[in-house]
Design a protein around this ligand. Structure first.
Ligand code: IMP
Length: 430
């Protein structure tokens, strides 16, 4: 039996929802380990659509335990709202099926404000964040002034912590000509909701150890994608957490030996929301067509996603950095109408061929993709469930990707419905 980490191998929005749904049905425990409510997963189960942002995907299924690890940043009001929303759809959420780490840091209203202020002031240098306060909250965590879930336990403790964090934030706010943040009101608001949050809180590392001893199947559910990783992504156009598979261990408190298989969700083309380098971006009719056929609008911010050809160099880099052994290829059917399809296999940098994404932003913006062109299949693959039923050129496209990125394709998604999937290998048994 294996524990599986699911992560996006590109810039997020690879279509994790459907795969997570399939695997969370087999898992006993589903763990979120990084990010916050900047993520957005849509699950459709028995005709009901659930939009999850912070809650692990296991929550919508009976007899599963959902865990929010210490690596996640939690906006307590957004969490309570999401719980309310999901309960209104008949889902039971209680301290037996939802566990939140006592060590997780909170996103507070001034974090979202700071995110807004910075983005608005940045002009051309803006990152295009989700404006949910994710970055400022992680900054406070690294600055050792975060308010964590456990700090909600006493008023005195909270008062102390608020003094420390607001001293820092108010100095910046004054510098930016903004009003100082009102501590009394925030403290009152936090104390009011504290019991509703604390009832779910536990030392998550200990619970995970128990689950491991009981041989429970654990699914670690990543958010965003590897190219948005704080260390390994297209810095500074990244999110503020580590999104690679190793973050599952840090962000939940389990040893790395607990992770047995890493499934990289990979879109059959490339998309990105927000700013930053995108070597294979198509600012033409083909790009528009991918966006409209692929319904490429963000689930969290409704922003239109930028679209481009499949970048094999980037995905191969993600496979290596994150130790991905299996790939779930998504949205293959979006390519059905194209005469020809391109895969980026190298870059040209100042007349030299390179086989990796350069580290510096300047060169990342300068590189030109070198493509291999494959003939399109010009037939509908929508809803195909068996690999042998794919048109020959579609099979060829999949096998080119598999060979190039050096990871096995374990499933291929051929439509939005849960069953529109070709299942080749089960990551839990692989
Ligand atoms: P932040 O995570 O809100 O700080 O945003 C930083 C960057 O990550 C921006 O480019 C966002 O568009 C991107 N981002 C954050 N969350 C997601 C996601 O769930 N999917 C895709 N992109 C995301």
């Amino acid at each position: 039996m294996k524990n599986v980490v699911i992560i996006g191998s590109q810039w997020g929005d690879e279509g994790k929802g459907k795969i997570v749904d399939w695997l969370s049905n087999q898992a006993d425990v589903v763990v979120r380990f990084q990010g916050g409510h900047n993520a957005g997963h849509t699950l459709v189960i028995d005709g009901t659509t659930y939009k999850l942002r912070l809650l692990p995907s296991g929550i919508v299924r009976k007899n599963k335990i959902s865990v929010i690890g210490n690596g996640v940043v939690i906006d307590p009001w957004a969490l309570l709202e999401e719980i309310k929303e999901i309960k209104s759809k008949g889902v039971d959420v209680n301290p037996n099926n939802l566990i939140i780490s006592e060590a997780a840091s909170l996103i507070l209203p001034f974090h979202a404000e700071m995110d807004e202020i910075r983005e608005d002031a940045a002009g051309n240098a803006k990152i295009g964040t989700t404006r949910r306060g994710i970055g400022p909250a992680y900054e406070d965590k690294a600055g050792r002034r975060s308010i964590r879930i456990i700090d909600l336990i006493s008023e005195k403790n909270l008062e102390n912590k608020l003094n420390i964090i607001l001293k820092h934030h108010n100095a910046i706010r004054i510098g930016l000509g903004k009003k100082i943040y009102n501590k009394t009101r925030l403290k009152k608001d936090l104390i009011k909701i504290a019991p509703n949050i604390l009832k779910y809180s536990q030392p998550v590392w200990k619970k995970i150890d128990e689950f491991k001893l009981k041989k429970k199947k654990i699914l670690f559910e990543g958010a965003q994608g590897i190219l948005l990783d704080l260390d390994h992504g297209t810095y500074p156009f990244v999110t503020s957490s580590n999104t690679v598979a190793a973050a599952a261990s840090i962000g939940s408190g389990c040893g790395i030996e607990s992770i047995n298989s890493v499934l990289g969700i990979t879109k059959a083309y490339t998309t990105r929301v927000g700013e930053g380098p995108f070597p294979t971006e198509l600012k033409n009719k083909t790009g528009e067509e991918l966006a409209s056929r692929g319904k490429e609008f963000g689930t969290v911010t409704s922003r239109k996603r930028r679209c481009g050809w499949f970048d094999g160099v980037l995905v191969r880099q993600s496979v290596k950095i994150s130790g991905i052994n299996l790939i779930a290829l998504t949205k293959l059917d979006v390519l059905d109408n194209l005469d020809e399809i391109k895969i980026c296999i190298a870059y040209n940098l100042n007349g030299k061929k390179i086989d990796y994404l350069p580290t510096g932003l300047e060169n990342q913006l300068k590189i030109k993709p070198i493509y291999k062109t494959i003939k399109g299949w010009k037939k509908s693959t929508n809803g195909i469930k068996k690999f042998e039923n794919l048109p020959d050129n579609a099979k060829k496209y999949v096998s080119e990707i598999e060979k190039f990125v050096k990871a096995k394709v374990s499933s291929i998604s051929t439509g939005p419905e849960r069953n529109d999937t070709i299942r080749i290998k089960n990551p839990f048994n692989f």
